[in-house]
Structures are given as C-alpha cells and as structure tokens.
Design a protein around this ligand. Structure first.
Ligand code: ADP
Ligand code: ASP
Ligand code: MG
Length: 417
C-alpha cells in the first residue's frame, strides 16, 4: 500500500554527483524529469565528495581512540548539508521539497555505531507527505537513529547506497536508481581498464561478489537488500544530460539475463594484509589456536593456506585479514606466540586480491586454472588462492594489481573491441 495512486521512485546521488552547488542544481533537473513524469520521488543524497574523508580525519585528529557515537555525530553532518541544499535547489525550480534526516524518517539501526545495520524503516511519514501534496522527500543517506540510545548512527562507508535500496523497499518503490560518476556497472573498474565494457544487466549474486571483492560502485549491503526485497536497482550516471538520460545497468535476478558469459567481471582490493606463521607444529588444534582469538576479536579472516608438512612435524600457515584490522591481528598473534608455538611471523600490507566473478563458473571446469597460467606467464607470483561456486580470488604483490586485472580481463574475453 503506497498511500498514493502514483508510482514511487527512489533516486540516489553519490558524492561526486553532489560535489558542488552547481552539480546539486543539475541533480535537481534529474529529479524534476522524474517528478514531471508522474512519480512520487524520494531522493537519497551522499555528502559532497571528499567531505566524509575530511570529517573522519578530523575525528582521528581529535583523538586516535575516538568514541564511535561522537564519530557518527560528526560524519553524518555531510549528508545533512547536501539534503538541505538539494531541497533548496528543488524549491528554486518550483518543486515542493523537504529534507529528511535519518531520525526524522525514521530509519532505525542496530547499535553498531560507525557501521550500523538497518533494523527497520517506517515509510509512513514519507508516504503521507507524498499523499498530502507530492512533496519530494530529500533524505540524508548513510545515517539513521539507534532507537536504544536515540543517537545518530551511520551505516559504514558507502552506506548511502544501502539507505536508498532500503528506502525503496520500505516505500515499495517501482525502482531504485543509483546515480554515480560512471554510467553503469562495468566488467571491471573502468578507471583502471579503459577497455572495460558496460554491462546492461548483472545478476544479484554476481554483484554481491563484485561488491564484496572490491568493486566499490555499490555497498555490499545495498546489494543484499536489493536481492532479498527484490528491488529493481539501476546504476546510472548523474553526468548525463538530464533531458536525455541513458538507462545504466540493471541489477536483477539471474533468470532475467539471457546470455551468461563464464566470467562477468574482475574485481580487485588492496584492503588486504597477509600474515604468515612459519614452522607451526603440525598437530590437531593448531588452526583453532590461531583463528579462534581472531574470531573473538571480530577480525574476519579471508584467505587461508596451510601447507602439508614434509616431515609431519611442522607446517606454515598463511592467511589474510582486512588492512584495517592488520595491527590488531598482529598484536593478537604475537601475544600468543608461546601458546600457538610458531617460529617466525612474516607479514605484508602491500598485497592485493584479484577476483574473477561469474555465475557461468558453476557449469565450466578449469576456469581458474587458465588464470593461474596467464598470471605465471606475466611473472606474477600467486601468494594464496580461494575459490567458491561463482568466483575465485588470488593474492598477489600489490605492485602487479593493474597488470593482473588487465591480464584476466583480456583472458576471459571481456575487453571492448
Ligand atoms: P558514489 O560517490 O557515487 O557513491 P563511488 O566512488 O562509491 O561513487 O563508486 C563509483 C566508482 O566505482 C566509479 O567511479 C569506479 O571507479 C568504481 N568502480 C569499481 N569497480 C567498478 C565496476 N566494476 N563498474 C563501475 N564502477 C566501478
Ligand atoms: N558519505 C558516505 C561515504 O563517503 C556515504 C556514501 O557516500 O555512501 O562513505
Ligand atoms: Mg559509493
């Protein structure tokens, strides 16, 4: 029940799309086009590009060990500014518009300040404003309110994508359009591979993998929500002429895609760090002694490689953790040196994870093996490998990131002709 006879549309604009007042005025024209076409419109905005980084840096400058709740108070301010500015820009071109902060909607979160999850969104106030006088709701992305504390909470970096998809689900929107600085989802980051191709459609599962393996075009949680609530989500460009927009990329169910290549996209992430423990006793319980303390500290271990020892006595264990958790992970492992019983700890932050993703991998054998050979032919050493049903990842020296991405992109026939 939308509370209104008109279809609802959610439009989200990222940081570069609202980077200046001039661009905000351009965004207002995109909104006007859809409003005039007959939609009730909820807009979700990010902070001006670079603003959130600046606010985060200020928190760190104030204190390295800042309080997460106050961090949320500070970083949520970027979206407050752009929501107000867009409402003003819309009013200036004769459209009724009002800004909404997360607590006003309300968008409720859990208590994980700094990277909160959305618990629920009550869409009735926004829908009532649509029903009353078709006022455009300009919502501050990235922020909500933790009902336990009544305080502002933010959704983790890139969280405005998630605000938008969640709002689209709550308002039963016809679609959710995510406007950004590229005109869709590409076979890989078009900024590092000029031959990357725009995809018309990407399956939810593939987009989920691409986002979690480094393609920051959508926040992972936004894709999860789009999949669970079946929200028709498009990624498209805000730099298009508002009068002649292009459709962008649809994120949709696998069944909607007619021809599926084996590999759909290549992603990379430099946010990984590698830790190797040399000469660990090869006996039951050793892996638990390494990984249980990391799990208790909520450190997510991604790749794990354990060698089979030649003599049955000692082995080496290599694993990766997010760069942000690297220092904590090292301290934990070093603090347990005696209990774990390793000889030497080696670690590196200058590593990168390169991943190839495609639902077509389910029905094809030997897809990853081809990549290992192609990387070897370029002299790129593989430090660790993981595979799952629709993707595989290799860990390499970060200096070879671009070469590796381009190599795999060509290998799987993804280069534009
Ligand atoms: P916004 O500020 O609009 O949220 P982001 O910077 O978060 O935008 O995401 C858009 C960026 O994602 C693009 O500029 C592009 O460099 C990057 N990107 C990485 N991988 C991909 C991909 N496969 N397709 C499109 N863009 C990608
Ligand atoms: N402004 C926030 C960030 O930079 C949220 C977003 O843009 O999605 O992470
Ligand atoms: Mg983003």
């Amino acid at each position: 029940m939308s509370g209104s006879p008109r279809p609802v549309l959610v439009m989200k604009f990222g940081g570069t799309s609202v980077a200046t007042v001039e661009r905000i005025k351009n965004v207002a024209q995109h909104v006007k086009r859809e409003y005039d076409a007959g939609y009730d419109v909820a807009v979700v905005v990010s902070a001006m590009s670079g603003k959130t980084n600046e606010l985060v840096a200020w928190c760190k400058e104030a204190s390295e060990l800042y309080d997460q709740r106050e961090y949320d108070t500070v970083v949520a301010s970027g979206e407050q500014v752009t929501s107000g500015l867009l409402a003003i820009a819309l009013q200036a071109i004769g459209l009724p518009a009002r800004s909404w902060q997360g607590w006003q909607i309300p968008l409720h979160t859990d208590s994980a300040h700094g990277s909160a999850r959305i618990a629920d969104i009550d869409g009735k106030n926004v829908l009532a404003s649509f029903a009353k006088d078709r006022t455009i709701a300009v919502c501050a992305g990235f922020q909500g309110v933790n009902p336990e504390t009544g305080r502002i909470a933010t959704l983790g970096r890139g969280g405005s994508d998630t605000s938008a998809v969640a709002l689209a689900a709550a308002l039963k929107a016809e679609r959710c359009d995510i406007y950004t600085d590229v005109d869709g989802v590409y076979t890989t980051d078009p900024r590092i591979v000029p031959k990357a191709q725009k995809l018309d459609k990407v399956a939810f599962e593939e987009m989920l993998e691409m986002a979690s393996l480094g393609a920051k075009v959508l926040q992972v949680r936004s894709v999860e929500l789009a999949m669970v609530h079946n929200v028709r989500t498009f990624v498209r460009s805000s730099f298009d002429n508002p009068a002649s927009p292009t459709p962008g990329t649809l994120i949709c169910a696998e069944e909607e895609i007619m021809e599926q290549p084996v590999i759909t996209g290549i992603a990379y992430s430099k946010d990984e760090a590698q830790i190797t423990l040399r000469e660990v006793a090869d006996k039951p319980g050793v892996a638990a002694s390494v990984f249980a303390p990391l799990a208790e500290a909520s450190i997510v271990v991604d790749m794990i490689v354990q060698n089979i020892s030649a003599d049955g006595k000692q082995t080496d264990i290599t694993f990766t953790v997010p760069s942000a958790d690297y220092a904590r992970a090292l301290a934990l492992i070093e603090g347990r040196k005696a209990a774990i019983g390793y000889k030497l700890l080696q670690s590196a932050k200058d590593v990168a994870k390169i991943s190839a993703i495609g639902v077509g991998m389910r029905s094809h054998a030997g897809v990853a093996a081809k990549a290992f050979q192609a990387l070897a032919d370029r002299g790129i050493n593989i430090l660790a490998i993981t595979t799952s049903e629709i993707k595989f990842s290799v860990l390499i020296d970060a200096a070879y990131t671009e070469l590796a991405v381009r190599t795999l992109h060509s290998l799987y026939g993804l280069d534009a002709q």
